[in-house]
Ligand binder design. Structure first.
Ligand SMILES: Nc1nc2c(c(=O)[nH]1)N[C@H]1C(S)=C(S)[C@@H](COP(=O)(O)O)O[C@H]1N2
Ligand SMILES: [Mo]
Length: 202
């Protein structure tokens, strides 16, 4: 029956329910996107700092940060330029572990993530706590390449990927929101892909 076949074809072409609106599956392709030149950061000079509204501002070395209990994210990532990738496996440390060590003060409501290159991106503190954010150094079982932010990047996979600062150098806890690099150029403050929060006003 033609009508049945028509429905079957439409089902086969149905959108993947894991794809947020306006996104496509990039498959095996992992685009490389950044505004600055790729830095070459030796792990013996790499550091990660949590400062601002915390009881104990702390800087960790590469060895120190890798000594924390490991934490893994498995799932999708979504870039505002419309590509998504599924089945990504990142290993690193949970941001919860790092914030616990530094002791956020009660009035810490936002974080500004910073990169060793000067890149910044802002997030409500609730978007980097309770198992939603990581500092990661391995992807799909291999060390994160420099072009993807190695030796380590921030990973906040439930938000558009510009929040996942490459070559991350730290988090500053703030009482007031302070827009980062792309946010100052018109990108949305929060960037939830399921709400299509691409640009200011979305
Ligand atoms: N330091 C830094 N981090 C960054 C960016 C950047 O320009 N500089 N761009 C962001 C954007 S817009 C995206 S989509 C992802 C791209 O990460 P990828 O190159 O590993 O795919 O990095 C994010 N983190
Ligand atoms: Mo992006």
């Amino acid at each position: 029956m033609p009508i049945t076949r028509g429905f079957a074809r439409r089902d086969a072409a149905a959108r993947d329910p894991r794809l947020p609106p306006g996104q496509y599956d990039a498959g095996d392709w992992w685009p490389v996107l950044h505004a600055e030149a790729t830095p070459s950061l030796c792990t013996d000079k790499w550091t990660f700092t949590v400062d601002g509204l915390v009881t104990a501002p702390t800087t960790w070395s590469w060895e120190e940060i890798r000594a924390f209990p490991g934490s893994r994210y498995e799932g999708a990532i979504h870039c505002v330029t419309a590509w998504s990738k599924f089945g990504m496996r990142f290993d690193g440390v949970s941001v919860d572990t790092l914030l616990d060590a530094a002791g956020p003060l009660d009035d810490a409501a936002f974080v500004l993530a910073r990169s060793h290159t000067g890149y910044t991106t802002n997030l409500p503190i609730g978007d980097v706590t309770d198992g939603k954010a990581w500092v990661v150094w391995d992807v799909n079982g291999a060390p994160l390449e420099g072009i993807h932010g190695g030796p380590a990047r921030l990973l906040v996979p439930h938000l558009y990927f510009w929040k996942s600062a490459k070559w991350v150098s730290g988090l500053t806890l703030l009482a007031e929101d302070q827009p980062g690099f792309w946010e100052r150029s018109g990108y949305h403050d929060r960037g939830d892909p399921w709400l299509e929060q691409r640009y200011q006003g979305d």
